[in-house]
Each structure stands twice: as structure tokens, then as C-alpha cells.
Design a protein around this ligand. Structure first.
Ligand code: NAD
Length: 476
């Protein structure tokens, strides 16, 4: 039975709980997660509001020290945390370890932000006056996060929020709550003052809704599906509080005939299939310019075959299970409706390590209709739809022809085409000769069109979200 983490203490929940099972092995019960309630959420937001004045008035270097201490604790517990991610969400252990390492970078970067300049001097119209801007924290911020990066996403929101003097109430996904409680425990162990970082567990409908509505909350940072992101945006707009929503993608690679085909195929295979395609930036479409398709598909097949499917605890595993049997059913339904022609389907290993997991074979299909669900909707699985375009203009038009705009990559050796692509592609992350997944933890992250709203996350962009500007003028 998992407990909430409020004011530095575990708070048991007497209400209903739901099971969460290991996606690799349904016989392994990972956690019983409370549904959460408005009362628990109210307690957490009240505690966070109470802690705000002390935390926001600490000197920046002191807040930085706390974040460094948190990083040290996470570093000390890195293997325990990586194993928890692997077990709870089915992430291959090598990627889970990478996620923990990323957390350390995020915390150390944010610690640095806490001691950097927090405003500008602005010439006043009167020569005698001193005018400047101050950046102040928003107050209590609510963080609502998905299951697929159970450490990194909560931390890439919480670390800058805390660095800039906000206090936090995190509501993690019901499917990543065990890892979130370990994160909370590491904050306690690192000596983070009670009340500045709180974790309420529960369903979106119960705990999530209550958190969006809590009167103390002055900002909401959400990552998850478009469906829920729209709810978050509507509530925040109605309450006139700041929000950002990071949502899904239908990310494309475009392959030109002059590309290094083996490299293009290797990075496309990795972007589409690693972690079973369950990243918001996963590659789900490959658009190949006519003439190159045969060579590319052949190379792609070779590269996918190199990606080992589970067990996720093995160091060289690349593809794990889907998060739930429901996710697997939903992908199967979309594929059946699309009547898609399979170009390649990996063989799933059999045996004990696989029979109780939600494994789904990496699959490459021919996507004939660019407006069909297969080409338009996020599947969140190891499925790549391929298209052939007449030329680069048609390829870019196809890449842009979805409601999303998160990440995209072009493979070419032609600098002119690369520059053209950078200007024409409507996505928050645009790459050349790279995969669509991942972003440096200090670079702005987010999408265009239906993928995001509000300011970007990470790096200097986080300052925009987690602070308010106060313009001050002092006259003699
Ligand atoms: P989800 O939208 O189902 O859930 C996200 C969070 O919202 C969970 O904590 C959930 O409990 C909560 N929630 C659900 N209903 C709510 C409500 N009515 N009010 C308040 N909170 C509510 O998403 P998921 O299945 O956990 O994650 C997968 C999705 O996340 C995919 O669409 C993926 O693309 C997206 N994602 C986006 C990014 C990004 O940065 N753009 C990163 C990772 C994942």
C-alpha cells in the first residue's frame, strides 16, 4: 500500500486502492495505489502554501545547496531507483539508468539557476530613479505527470520550480506511483525542508481534478495525453492561473536519397522501437523520398533485428513491454481498422520471460493514407508507418500533416536541404541526422501545434514558467 508524502511524512490513505502490476510480468504486484481524495490533496496544497514563505525567502545559494544534496542522495540510490523504474513501467534497465543520470544533471543545472541573476536593470524615464525587474516565484505549483519517465519528468518540473522559490505538489501517474514515492523518500533523506515537495497519489479523476481546483495552486505544469491536457488548460484558463501542457506527438523522420542509409535506419529503428515506442518523441512515421525506399527499408529491418526484445532487466535489452494490456488492445484495434500492410514484424521471443508481459512485436507497416488514424493518432507503441514522397517538398508537407508538432528529423548530407527543413518543419524539436527522441536536459523542450501549450520546459525556458516578473522603480 503506497502512502502520500505530505509535510515530509508518509500519510496513509484509508480509501480505495488499485493494483499496479509489473508490465513485464503480471504476476508481480508492484503497488497498491490509493485513488486519492480532495481531502488529501487539500492537506498537501495547504502544507505547500504554508511552507512557501520560508522556502521562497531562503537565499538562492541555500536553495541551490538543497538541490545539490538531493542530487547526491539520488546518486547514492541510483541503482535502486533504476530498478524501480524498470519494474514499474517496463523500461529497459539501460534506459532506466540513463534516466537516473539525467535526474542528477537536472538537479545540478537547476541548482545553478538558483544562484543566477533573477532580473534586469531597466533605464527609467527619470534619471534619478532606479528601475529593475525582479523574478518572483509563482507560489504553490501543481505538477501532473505521466508514467513513461517516472523520475525525469517529475524532476524536470520540480527542480526548477524549487530553484526559483516555489513549493510543489506532485501528482504522478497511477502507473508510476511507486517510483514517485521513492523520489519523495530521497527528498526526505536529502533534508529538503518539510512541505516544499509533496506527493499526492491517486487517479486523474479524483486526485488530479482536486489538484487542478485547489485554491492555493498558482501554476500547473502538466505532461500527458492531449485529452487530459485540454482539461488542464480549460480549468487553468477559467481560474486565470499559469499553465503549460506537454502532450503527444506523431513524430516523423524524412529520409532523402543522399542520406547515410545505415545511420538513418539505425536512428529510426532506435527512435521507433526502443522502450517499445512509448516516448512522446518516439518516431512513428518514416517518410522516404522516392527511389530510396527499398534501401532504407532493408537497412531498417537489419537495424530493428539488432534491438533485443526484453527481458528488461538484461543490460542489452532495448524493447520492453507495453505499459498495459489495454494499451496493447488499443494498438491492435487501430492496426486492424487501418488494414495496414506489414513490411516487417519482429518475432517475439517465447518462454517464461515473456508470457506474462504485455509484449508487442516491433512492426513496420506501409501507411498508404496519410489522413488515416494510423498516420494521425499517437499509438504509443513500437509501430512505424512508412510513406513514400515524390520529393522533399511533398515529404515535408506529409511530415507537417498532423495535428502534432513535437519532434522531427531529416536525414541528408545536403546542407541546403537541411537548412530548408529547419525553416519548414513545424515542430518544437527539429533535427538533422539525429533521432527524434530525447533532448539535452539544459535545452528548451516542448512542441508546436497540438503538442504543447504555454512556455517550454527545461533549461532557461523553465525560468519563464516558474517565475513572475515584478517591475520595481525606486525614486529618491
Ligand atoms: P495521461 O494523460 O493519461 O495521464 C497523465 C497524468 O494526468 C496522470 O498523472 C493522470 O493521472 C492525470 N490525469 C488524468 N485525468 C486527469 C484529470 N481529469 N485531471 C487531472 N489530471 C488527470 O497520460 P499517460 O498515459 O500517463 O502518458 C502518456 C502520454 O503522455 C502520451 O500522450 C505521451 O505523448 C505524453 N507525454 C508527453 C511528453 C511531452 O513532454 N510532450 C512526455 C511524456 C509523455
Amino acid at each position: 500500500m503506497l502512502s502520500h508524502f505530505i509535510a515530509g511524512e508518509l500519510v496513509a490513505d484509508g480509501g480505495a486502492h488499485r493494483e499496479h502490476r509489473n508490465p513485464s510480468d503480471s504476476s508481480d504486484l508492484v503497488a497498491m495505489v490509493p485513488d486519492g481524495s480532495a481531502a488529501v490533496v487539500g492537506r498537501a496544497t495547504a502544507v505547500a502554501a504554508e511552507a512557501l514563505s520560508r522556502w521562497s525567502r531562503l537565499a538562492g545559494p541555500v536553495r541551490a545547496d538543497h538541490l545539490h544534496a538531493w542530487a547526491t542522495t539520488i546518486g547514492d540510490r541510483r541503482e535502486e531507483l533504476a530498478q524501480a523504474v524498470c519494474r514499474e513501467v517496463g523500461k529497459p534497465i539501460s534506459e532506466a539508468r540513463g534516466e537516473v543520470a539525467r535526474c542528477l544533471t537536472i538537479l545540478r543545472y537547476s541548482a545553478g539557476e538558483a544562484v543566477r541573476s533573477s532580473g534586469d536593470v531597466i533605464p527609467a524615464q527619470s534619471a534619478e530613479a532606479l528601475q529593475f525587474s525582479l523574478r518572483e516565484p509563482l507560489g504553490v505549483v501543481a505538477l501532473i505527470t505521466p508514467w513513461n519517465f517516472p523520475l525525469a519528468i517529475p524532476l524536470w518540473k520540480a527542480a526548477p520550480a524549487l530553484a526559483f522559490g516555489n513549493t510543489v505538489v506532485l501528482k504522478p501517474s497511477e502507473m508510476a506511483s511507486h517510483t514517485a514515492t521513492l523520489l519523495a523518500d530521497s527528498a526526505r533523506q536529502a533534508g529538503l525542508p518539510p512541505g516544499v515537495f509533496n506527493v499526492v497519489l491517486g487517479t486523474g479523476e479524483a486526485a488530479g481534478t482536486a489538484l487542478l481546483r485547489a485554491s492555493e495552486v498558482r501554476g500547473i505544469s502538466f505532461t500527458g495525453s492531449v485529452r487530459v491536457g485540454r482539461v488542464v488548460a480549460a480549468v487553468a484558463a477559467e481560474r486565470n492561473i499559469r499553465y503549460q501542457t506537454e502532450m503527444g506527438g506523431k513524430n516523423a523522420v524524412v529520409v532523402l536519397a543522399d542520406a547515410d542509409m545505415e545511420r538513418a535506419a539505425m536512428l529510426t529503428a532506435a527512435g521507433a522501437m526502443r522502450f517499445a515506442g512509448q516516448k512522446c518523441t518516439a518516431t512513428s512515421r518514416a517518410i522516404v523520398v522516392a527511389g530510396a525506399e527499398r534501401e532504407f527499408i532493408e537497412a531498417l529491418r537489419r537495424q530493428i533485428e539488432r534491438l533485443r526484445i526484453g527481458p528488461v532487466t538484461e543490460p542489452d535489452a532495448a524493447v520492453g513491454p507495453l505499459i498495459s494490456s489495454r494499451a496493447r488492445d488499443s494498438i491492435r484495434r487501430t492496426l486492424a481498422e487501418a488494414d495496414a500492410e506489414s513490411l516487417y514484424e519482429a518475432a517475439l521471443p517465447d518462454g517464461d520471460g515473456f508470457s506474462r508481459g504485455n509484449f508487442f512485436p516491433p512492426l513496420v507497416v506501409r501507411g498508404t493514407d496519410p489522413d488515416a488514424a494510423l498516420a494521425q493518432q499517437e499509438l504509443f507503441g513500437p509501430v512505424l508507418a512508412t510513406f513514400v514522397a515524390r520529393d522533399v517538398d511533398e515529404a515535408i508537407a506529409l511530415a507537417n500533416r498532423t495535428p502534432y508538432g513535437l519532434s522531427a528529423s531529416l536525414f541528408t548530407r545536403d546542407l541546403r536541404q537541411a537548412l530548408y527543413w529547419v525553416h519548414e518543419m513545424q515542430a518544437g524539436l527539429v533535427r538533422v541526422n539525429g533521432d527524434t527522441t530525447g533532448v539535452d536536459p539544459h535545452a528548451p523542450f516542448g512542441g508546436m501545434k497540438g503538442s504543447s501549450s504555454g512556455s517550454r520546459e527545461q533549461g532557461p525556458a523553465a525560468r519563464e514558467f516558474y517565475t513572475e516578473i515584478k517591475t520595481v522603480q525606486i525614486n529618491p
